[in-house]
Write a protein that binds this ligand. Structure first.
Ligand code: PLP
Length: 395
């Protein structure tokens, strides 16, 4: 009999009932160190007092009015994002995949309005993940995700990550945009070098294309800048955001330049919940905490510390791990054993990590993780690696 919850997930045998900072409590009382943060969502950990206060205050004031009216919390959050980014304007969504939908619509509408309705193609990259909606699946370009769901949304072309010639060769008179994650998250913490992001910007400029960055996983302070592309010194025309921006409340956003957004006039897009007072109250509290030089410096410092310790772990367990990947607090351990074994052994040692493609285990703690918690995580990861090694020895 089908479970009452549609069984589309392969869930771990864990039920968390309480969260506090970097810690989660299981129904049986065990405390876990959370180095998954709801897949890069709980940017400020669990039950952060400022976020809880913002949500609770808003919940006691006004929940929802719809976008038929002005929403001060939405205006304030948009102003903050514009102040701290390349963008001139923001549309709020409820999820990453909705941000992807709008990014694609915006790029196509831009060219339509410029008299180029034929320009609908978006170039994306192998290993990408952009979501599960029709545009998200098409942009992701993985058969595993799209098989069985009918014809793919047309207008997507995929090239290998790092293949700049492939990008240039894929450009036709129908090309509208290039869409890329500055760091592939689901794809296995694959970092796109700064030089490559710069080259993509140049290719877009030379060919009159729009550049779309998907910072749904790598943005909102995760790599020690508010947005990862800032490291490369280039800006996109359109950027997708979600996950960390709501700190656990479902919230997403599309940020864009005035030019790129020029086609999105009244009636061209909408969302019942997107930018609702509850979500934006929390989003404001997140950005107030994260978008400060001291906080971002802390992410860089703790990211460096975690990376250094993980390098030691890899060196001590060469049969289990191959390398450390990533930036800031978006790190990955490329495994030599099955990554599923490492994540499960982690559960035995009360540390939560997350699977990624390319046999990688992701470490994405809350951005306000403490140095002491990083030290404790390493003790648990050491035990995890030793446990995996002992099963290897037994074979
Ligand atoms: N894009 C990236 C880079 C992601 O990591 C994700 C989610 O993992 C998405 C898009 C889709 O976001 P959501 O699951 O909120 O729809």
């Amino acid at each position: 009999m089908i479970p009452s919850v549609l069984p589309t997930y392969n869930r771990a045998p864990l039920t968390f009932v309480k969260g506090e900072g970097t810690w989660l409590t299981e129904a049986d009382g065990r405390r876990f160190l959370d180095f998954g943060a709801g897949i890069a969502v709980n940017a400020l950990g669990h039950a952060h007092p400022a976020l809880a206060a913002a949500l609770s205050e808003q919940a006691h004031t006004l929940w929802h009015v719809s976008n038929l009216y002005h929403i001060p919390q939405q205006q304030a959050l948009a102003d903050k994002l514009v102040e701290h980014s390349f963008a001139d304007t923001v549309f709020f969504t409820n999820s990453g995949t909705e941000s992807c939908e709008l990014a694609v619509k915006m790029a196509r509408k831009y060219f339509y309005d410029k008299g180029h309705p034929e320009k609908i193609e978006i170039i994306t990259f192998e290993g990408a993940f952009h979501g599960r909606s029709s545009a998200g699946m098409a942009a992701t370009g993985s058969e595993k995700i799209s098989k069985g769901f009918g014809p793919a949304l047309p207008g997507f072309v995929q090239v290998p990550l790092g293949d700049l010639d492939g990008v240039t060769n894929a450009i036709t008179e129908n090309t509208a945009a290039i869409m890329i994650e500055p760091i592939q998250g689901e794809g296995g913490i694959r970092v796109v070098p700064d030089a490559e992001l710069k080259a993509l910007r140049q290719i877009c400029d030379e060919n009159g294309l729009l550049l779309i960055f998907d910072e749904i996983q790598c943005g909102i302070g995760r790599t020690g800048k508010l947005f990862t592309h800032e490291w490369a010194g280039v800006t996109p025309d359109i950027m997708m955001s979600a996950k960390g921006i709501g700190g656990g409340f479902p919230l997403g956003a599309v940020l864009a330049t005035e030019e790129a957004a020029s086609g999105m006039t009244v009636g061209t897009h909408g969302s019942t919940y997107g930018g609702n007072p509850l979500g934006c109250a929390v989003g404001n509290a997140v950005i107030e905490q994260v978008a400060t030089p001291a906080f971002l410096e802390g992410v860089r410092r703790k990211g460096g510390l975690l990376r250094q310790k993980l390098e030691g772990l890899v060196a001590d367990h060469p049969d289990v791990f191959e390398e450390v990947r990533g930036a800031g607090l978006l790190l990955g351990l490329k495994c030599k054993v099955a990554n599923t074994d490492v994540v499960s052994a982690g559960f035995d040692n009360q540390i939560i990590t997350v699977l990624a493609a390319d046999n990688v285990v992701r470490l994405l703690p809350p951005l306000n993780v403490s140095e002491d918690e990083i030290a404790q995580a390493l003790i648990r990861l050491e035990k995890t690696a030793a446990q995996v090694e002992s099963t290897l020895a037994a074979v």
